[in-house]
Ligand binder design. Structure first.
Ligand SMILES: Cc1cc2nc3c(=O)[nH]c(=O)nc-3n(C[C@H](O)[C@H](O)[C@H](O)COP(=O)(O)OP(=O)(O)OC[C@H]3O[C@@H](n4cnc5c(N)ncnc54)[C@H](O)[C@@H]3O)c2cc1C
Length: 424
């Protein structure tokens, strides 16, 4: 049996461990944190956003960019860094902002997201009765509310175009939006229209990471930072690792193959090998609010398109997430972002939440310029990638993992794997 070592126990690495274990590989899961799901997967937006996979790089984003960058309160901010890789990433991002590229990427990501939905459902269904997967996936449906009536025609066209690929979506007027989510009745800002997608779901990414890492039966090596690779005859042969609390001592972990799922840490890890990954960390924030009045809190997933914020009901809490900051690997929490989310939550769902302990969190989306993840072989023997899932890692994790497990066995999966190569 082949031994594969997966670096990174976020939602993508944990799903990779699961997919490989199901194919009969012996798997070791290595992470610098003390348990799975402590990086970008910790407190993200919780959206299994199967029909909302449009890339970040679009012609509209390019047009809005100057305004966003100049405004203090804009959902997007950028701090230039004097690093060649940063400017190469930006140039590739701008090149990706064409309608043709957006359509190709959206189509490819829709195939991957639907595959992900099927793979997760299969894993849940096939889990042994005495050991269920241990994660709650709720088909909440998603309502995207728009405040600007001028966007309706474009939204309608997008819904019609996506229907060709199997997305079930409806355009609703303001009244129908409030019927779909009665908690919006108290929203202080007018709603122009909404898009309702009944098939969308929510789940807690940290819980899913933990559940998959456990169900995989992989050997865990937590508190273990990968410092580098040992190569022999053009192949990676082992990892050089440092245990937390023992920074002075390095040890090696050998395996037949290695998968890098180190999220925002992947590019730095592979740079010494001469493998340049086009991944930039894009920071986002979340708060998790205790529900104070159940009738006033949303049950369905709500996206406020104007504020670029998502709301997901997770039991007695609502997770609110958003913002995109291109400022390197800086995880500091800007209190103005937290305040903006609390204000938006209070305006949209007045009286719904306790805001005293908002559990502020920031995470780094491992983002490629085109929003396509990097799934497949590198030019170094034994070294594989499953990373760069950007704003959609939770949504795409299970399909990406299955896809990689097939590629690692020289199988041509039924889904066209080409769009997910390093060329992205
Ligand atoms: C605010 C916000 C909201 C989001 N909302 C959603 C959403 O609603 N839906 C969705 O689909 N996606 C969402 N995302 C995106 C999603 O969270 C990410 O795409 C996903 O978590 C990436 O998972 P990952 O496993 O690749 O990375 P991570 O979860 O970051 O895992 C990488 C792991 O690698 C480990 N690691 C890194 N370097 C090393 C090393 N050298 N040695 C050992 N271990 C290492 C880290 O400790 C970490 O645990 C959101 C992201 C943010 C920030």
């Amino acid at each position: 049996m082949k031994h594969v070592c997966v670096i990174g126990a976020g939602v993508v690495g944990s799903a990779t461990a699961m997919a490989l274990a199901r194919e009969g590989f012996q798997v070791t899961l290595v992470d610098a944190a003390d348990r799975p799901g402590q990086g970008a997967s910790r407190a993200n937006g919780a959206q299994l956003s199967y029909s909302y996979v449009e890339p970040l790089a679009t012609p509209a984003a390019l047009r809005q960019l100057p305004g966003w960058l100049l405004s203090r309160d804009s959902p997007l901010s950028w701090q230039p860094r004097w690093q060649l890789s940063h400017w190469c990433w930006l140039a590739a991002f701008i090149r990706a902002c064409t309608q043709a590229r957006v359509q190709q990427t959206t189509e490819a990501l829709l195939r991957l997201s639907f595959l992900s939905r099927d793979v997760l459902a299969r894993w849940q269904r096939e889990a042994p009765a005495e050991q269920p997967l241990g994660v709650q996936v709720r088909q909440a449906g998603k309502l995207v509310i728009h405040r600007d009536a001028g966007k309706r025609d474009a939204a309608q066209r997008q819904v019609a175009w996506q229907a060709r690929f199997g997305c079930r979506q409806r355009v609703l007027d303001a009244e129908a939006c409030r019927r779909q989510e009665p908690a919006l009745a108290h929203d202080r800002a007018p709603i122009a229209f909404g898009i309702w997608t009944p098939d969308e779901a929510v789940t807690d990414a940290q819980q899913l990471s933990q559940a998959l890492a456990t169900a995989s039966g992989a050997r865990w090596r937590m508190d273990t930072r990968v410092a580098g690779f040992v190569q022999r005859d053009g192949r990676v042969h082992a990892l050089r690792c440092v245990d937390a609390g023992r920074p002075d001592r390095e040890r090696e972990i050998e395996a037949d193959a290695f998968v890098v799922s180190a999220g925002p840490g992947a590019a730095a890890l592979l740079q010494p090998l001469g493998v340049q990954l086009p991944i930039e960390p894009i920071k986002g924030y979340s708060v998790s609010l205790q529900v104070a009045n159940a009738a006033r809190a949303p049950q369905v997933s709500v996206t406020d398109a104007a504020r670029k914020l998502v709301y997901a009901r997770l039991g007695e809490r609502v997770r609110i997430a958003g913002f995109a900051e291109l400022r390197g690997a800086d995880l500091r929490i800007d209190p103005r972002r937290i305040q903006a989310m609390l204000q938006a939550a209070t305006d949209t769902f007045p009286g719904a939440f306790q805001t005293g302990d908002p559990e502020p969190w920031a995470g780094l989306r491992p983002s490629t310029p085109s929003s396509r993840p990097l799934i497949g072989a590198t030019r170094i023997g034994g070294l594989w990638l499953n990373t760069g899932h950007g704003a959609l890692g939770l949504t795409l994790a299970c399909g990406s993992a299955w896809l990689l497990s097939q590629l690692m066995q020289d199988r041509t999966p039924s889904i066209d794997a080409a769009p997910f190569s390093l060329a992205g």
